[in-house]
Design a protein around this ligand. Structure first.
Ligand SMILES: [Zn+2]
Length: 93
């Protein structure tokens, strides 16, 4: 369980948790909103409405968010390629 202290949503994996945090700077969204001029790229959580509207997240019966199957599957394929690559480099050395 990965409960977010910021928005209170629960996530099935650290990857899903990370994916709901958006923005590129170290200040929070509310700190950015208080700046002059306003900056709207501070770190914040996606809202439940935003996660429901997109195709990246699915919520199970317990209310826990996970990455959608197509994203989880893409990650598995990438991991397998990385394993295959490391096997090749070990064999070559
Ligand atoms: Zn959050």
């Amino acid at each position: 369980m990965n409960l977010c202290r910021s928005c209170g949503e629960d996530f099935g994996s650290a990857k899903a948790f990370d994916a709901h945090r958006v923005g590129v700077h170290v200040y929070t969204y509310s700190e950015g909103a208080a700046m002059d001029p306003v900056r709207d790229d501070g770190r914040r959580c996606l809202s439940a409405e935003e996660m429901e509207a997109g195709d990246a997240f699915v919520r199970n019966a317990l209310g826990r968010w996970s990455l959608a199957a197509h994203l989880a599957a893409a990650r598995v394929v990438r991991d397998r390629k990385a394993e295959a690559h490391s096997g090749i480099s070990e064999a070559a050395s």
